[in-house]
Write a protein that binds this ligand. Structure first.
Ligand SMILES: Nc1ncnc2c1ncn2[C@@H]1O[C@H](COP(=O)(O)OP(=O)(O)O)[C@@H](O)[C@H]1O
Ligand SMILES: [Mg+2]
Length: 252
């Protein structure tokens, strides 16, 4: 089993606030890792630090065996890391196709339209948006915008995709379709970390899960293990005193 991503003792402070505290895990190639935790737990921050948006306060990120701690976002893209954003921000004035072409070119020097266009078309087919290629991105509904965000990430032909709440705001049938797309991406050999609040969906699709609370890793394991973990249940029930205790315990 090849380890694609190693996160070691990763800590991120914003002034006095510890958004990530000593987070450590190995992500095997080809797996879907579910990343859950209450609002403000540090999930998006973990993506931002792994992806080079924010420098780490402490700790290491190792991707494909190479220390990439604090490497810039576009260099991470070159190395094969892509992400989708919790708040989708397509280039509204561009067509759907052009948005994906931009995604294909990100982080790749000398990658012209000739190479980018067929990749973008193929990816739009893959996420079921091909029939909307010529529309302005601004005209898409939320589910379509989430698919576009996915297409932009896929167009960079990554080995690892960080997905931030791709199911948020979708209705039940859109969630089912998107989960199917996530599986299809994994079946192509792309490794995935998926931040998700839709518990049923993330439990169904994840090979392995990590739970964050107040920046600390309070649980890790298969969905079955996570589901019955009292620390996780308490974190979601929102008892701050107990959560505090668990956080301290997790950090011992
Ligand atoms: N750029 C930033 N500056 C200051 N505080 C931040 C910044 N980004 C995130 N935070 C804080 O870090 C904590 C974790 O946020 P975030 O990672 O967005 O949580 P999640 O994605 O789990 O909901 C929150 O308390 C948030 O307010
Ligand atoms: Mg978030």
């Amino acid at each position: 089993m090849t380890i694609l991503l190693q996160v070691e003792g990763l800590t991120k402070k914003f002034g006095g606030l510890t958004a990530l505290s000593d987070v450590t895990f190995d992500l095997p190639e080809g797996q879907i890792m579910g990343l859950i935790g209450p609002n403000g737990a540090g999930k998006t921050t973990l993506f931002n630090v792994v992806n080079g948006v924010y420098p780490a306060t402490k700790g290491k990120v190792i991707f494909k065996g190479k220390d990439v701690t604090n490497v810039k976002t576009y260099e991470m893209a070159q190395l094969g890391l892509a992400r989708t954003h919790q708040i989708v921000k397509p280039l509204n004035e561009l067509s759907v196709l052009d948005n994906v072409i931009v995604g294909a070119c990100f982080g790749r020097q000398g990658f012209g339209l000739g190479k980018a266009t067929p990749i973008a078309e193929e990816v739009l087919e893959f996420v079921d948006l091909a029939d909307r290629s010529d529309q302005l991105a601004s005209s898409l509904n939320i589910a379509q915008k989430k698919r576009l965000e996915m297409a932009r990430a896929l167009a960079a032909q990554p080995h690892l995709i960080l997905m931030d709440e791709v199911l948020a705001g979708l209705n039940q049938s859109e969630i089912t379709e998107m989960v199917e797309t996530v599986r299809k991406i994994r079946d192509q050999g792309i490794t995935i970390i998926m931040i998700e609040h839709v518990m049923e969906a993330v439990m169904k699709v994840s090979d392995h899960m990590i739970v964050l609370n107040f920046g600390a890793q309070i649980a890790e394991g298969t969905p079955e293990v996570i589901q019955s973990n009292p620390a996780v249940i308490e974190a979601y029930l929102g008892d701050p005193k107990l959560a505090q205790k668990l956080m301290q315990k997790a950090m011992e």
